[in-house]
Design a protein around this ligand. Sequence first.
Ligand SMILES: Cc1cc2nc3c(=O)[nH]c(=O)nc-3n(C[C@H](O)[C@H](O)[C@H](O)COP(=O)(O)OP(=O)(O)OC[C@H]3O[C@@H](n4cnc5c(N)ncnc54)[C@H](O)[C@@H]3O)c2cc1C
Length: 414
Amino acid sequence: MTSMVIVGGGECGARAAVTLRESGWTGPIDLFGAEPHLPYERPPLSKRVLLDDACHDTPAAVVDPSVFTELSITHHKGIEVTDVDRETGEIVAGDGTRVPYERVLLATGATPRMLPAAAGHSKARVLRTHDDLRRLHADLRSARTVTIVGGGFIGLELAASACTLGCEVTVLEAAPRLLARAVPEPSARQIHERHRQAGVNIRCGVTITAIADVNPGVATSSAAVTLSDGSVIPHDVLIIGIGAQPETTLADKIGLDIANGIKVDQYLTTSDPRILAAGDCCSFPHALYGDNRIRLEAWRNAQDQARIAARNMHGEQLPYTAVPWFWSDQYDLSLQVAGLPSYAASEVVRTRHDDVELRFGLDECGRIISAAAVGPGNAVAKDIRLAEMAIARHATPDPVALADPTATLKQFLR
Ligand SMILES: Cc1cc2nc3c(=O)[nH]c(=O)nc-3n(C[C@H](O)[C@H](O)[C@H](O)COP(=O)(O)OP(=O)(O)OC[C@H]3O[C@@H](n4cnc5c(N)ncnc54)[C@H](O)[C@@H]3O)c2cc1C
């Protein structure tokens, strides 16, 4: 009997497997994951897990392991899918297994970028997997100085964690400001200021000219980054946080269309109608943003796409339309962004009574298309959730009412 095969046992793959069964597919489900773990959550890796003194051997599971047994999902742990034979309709796994498929979902995630100048250096680290986390966890406990290349989410969360652990932290960012791609400038400035207060040395607009590794044979040798202005920043640990590239090795090999990730249509179908892709690995057209092709590396996107892809594998034809949403926790602050601020033509700011600023992005027609805020703990969650609903409903709020903190956001949902 043919199987629903899922390639990639991460957030997206695991949730797709569960949804497939829940949506009524009674045949085999084979979930292949290259990592030697059950599907686990990545967001805690750069946050609380790094701060725990005991580095847990078992990462936080995406779904309870018993669920796979209960739902008769076969999880092939630590087994990579190396090929898809589109002629015979079989996937080929690294252990030689061939599984005839009904449909395939590629949920292969993303791979961290390594700075060429740091490749192979003994102190250089990236963070994507639980195994990366275990290494970094140990390194940070003996490190005094930590240099982080990249002022994006993961770099900054790691800076907060390393600083909380008592390390002297420097963040090097090539762009003129932090979080340049996805966050409005004033919100990024708030995050910058919080890091500065904590004692993190943030340097934006810098160019790295050399990275020296330690030379075990030379007593005076030390690992350091040299910048174009001549400054030399020594480090015990060097973290490269310059983003990730979509994992398209398999899709490339079998000749699927690629466009900043595995190219899918609004139904998450690739250029082969029997193969779908979802999560960090794919780029898709988004109706809220003029059908522009986007790719997201965000936890909830991986979950939402998993559910849509699974149901479409099982014969439905559902377009993916969810509003992008992500969060980042740094120190006592949480940043939340709904929608895509980079598409906004204008901005409306609502300053709440607790001084939290909600920044709404509007398009040329006055439609709300994004909302971003930074606040302590969970303080911004409710408003961002309401804004997200307004974005989904294509609301065109009166800008004066939108800016007024006494006017309820719920009115824009009507
Ligand atoms: C440190 C860290 C912190 C994060 N924090 C946040 C956050 O605060 N907020 C937020 O919104 N998002 C966050 N994210 C992003 C979020 O975790 C990802 O968007 C999500 O994990 C993507 O899920 P995925 O299933 O698409 O990919 P992944 O979780 O990467 O899973 C893909 C899996 O596929 C496997 N694989 C690849 N190729 C093959 C193959 N050929 N055969 C078998 N298996 C294969 C990989 O080994 C991997 O296990 C964070 C990510 C990281 C790394």
